[in-house]
Design a protein around this ligand. Sequence first.
Ligand code: WTA
Length: 649
Amino acid sequence: MSETGALDSLLHEDRRFPPPEPFRRDALISDPAIYDEAAADPEAWWARWAAELDWYEPWHTVLEWTPPHAKWFVGGKLNVCHNCIDRHLEGPRRNKAALIWEGEPGDTRVMTYYGLHRRVAKFAHVLRNLGVEKGDRVAIYLPMVPEAAIAMLACARIGAVHSVVFGGFSPDSLADRIVDAGAKVLITADGGYRRGTLIPLKNNADRAMEHTPSIEHCIVVARTPSTARELDVRMSAGRDLWYHDLMRDIEGGVPCEPMDSEDNLFILYTSGTTGRPKGVVHTTGGYLTQCQATTRWVFDLKEDDRYWCTADVGWITGHSYIVYGPLANGATVFMYEGAPDWPNRGRFWHLCEKYGITVFYTAPTAIRAFMRWGEEWPAKYDLSQLRLLGTVGEPINPEAWMWYHEVIGEKRCPIVDTWWQTETGAIMITPLPGVTETKPGTATRPFPGIEAQIRSEAGEEVKAGYLAVTKPWPSMLRTIWGDDERFRETYWSKWPDTYFPGDGARTDDDGYFWILGRVDDVLNVAGHRIGTMEVESALVDDHRVAEAAVVGKKHDVKGQSIAAFVTLKEGHEPSTDTADELKQHVVEKIGAIARPELILFTVDLPKTRSGKIMRRLLQDIAEGRAVGDTTTLADPEVVRRLQQRYEEG
Ligand code: WTA
């Protein structure tokens, strides 16, 4: 949503939704006093949560804070896989469904905690036999199949550090991430289903592995055996191994490796303001503590819930709220492989009915697509099991919030609008569904134990400005993989000892936080973070392009779409074909999520006298607004010509 949209809703929003009485009565938390209790001593508060996990050795210090580096539960030893699986095997959860899965073609699988344990322990053994040791990196490039969770948990079991790469990324993007992390093993699949077609993951992986000398083995899950002949999957002898062969031949599992609370659990790459994605590093004890706490309280998670988070495991939401948070709580997680509109636009609601989903967590961009597809789709299905709805990924516009509330939640379900990031690891600002009175468009208040403020550039607390997190929190990123300087520079240089998330925010009379969106050169396209510089680098990588500038353009469903202003080198003429080829080039370099919607050719780009491209101005042009003050431009004529071109279409 645009900043002005959020502002309008903030200024005019007076609809209030207290927790519905029946919900409040049964909620795990309904007493607002817990906010004060947590604020009185946040370290003691988080230590109480950490104590809900199983530890091999207790910590001696809750928090060691030498800004910008924090260590949580120092000296403690635990294993994430043990806490997500093994410890549930003792009691009645042994035979409880841990994962219920449906593939896009309609195939289904159910794994109990016992069954999940057996597979994870065996696969951990496989990895160890291939020479994967504690601290080694393992790249995972899989569709949304149970093996994605199994692979992550198997890494955690032996102390290997996973780096999951979203299956929609290109071979180049995959290769960059493997090289940066120095991964030894790559786990992929022959293919995956998306809107009825096969995504050729192994072929992509082969192209990536031409540039990844660190990879010793590639393990391939046979996801599409009956249809995959058309994918022409080739196995390179010695390097490539079938998952099912390895699992058949291995004898038994391996136990969990006791890990230091501050040992690395995973790396996850995300976009920033430079062309190179950054490897966000998360560790063990603090991460799991906050995942467990937020999953339980934000989603009011109970033993008999059937919980569905629609994210892909390739993003942080999939890590924390499909795998680690829910399984640490012993929940039943539903996982779906494919697209929401396949074979028709009722698929999600059909799944909710079929599996009796009670808690549903998705993104505003999906909600806006559902709105556009019409109420007739959810109306065909029985959604009466749903009791709680969540959103994440971008600001939710009030119309979408109200539609979600009325059409999907049938006015019965509270909505939790959760603000957080890859870097924060877990939810930071959110309603508690049995406590908080919600308003459409605001993530409301920091989770108990979290402290946030809205600050000016100078660091004063203000009503509108930048979001700031003022105290360390357990699941915070520890560094950027291989680049601690970038970690300091990006997040900790704006104000002393305070985390800068890169978002703008406002507050209202209730003290609620209204997140307005990114204030840096990061776009949010359909809930995916994409750096403008990444797309620019992909464009100038084409031999015809001299210079490119990328901006976000308001989009009704995606929130933002990508608009690129391109200058061609001498001897190349703009044409629709060239524009299409450039779009395709970006898809090949990064992935389909980065495809520019609009390419506009220009002879020059508007720059300040110091040579900085004026993105604000380009955005005004892309969004068709009047161009503002141009006096700081080197050549104001450029803008006039650009705008004319735009208006001519
Ligand atoms: C945006 C996704 C408003 C924000 C978990 C943040 C949101 C970025 C919300 C992180 C929300 C996420 N309201 N904005 N509820 N949730 N954002 O790393 O700009 O993929 O900085 O993590 O998404 O995106 P990321």
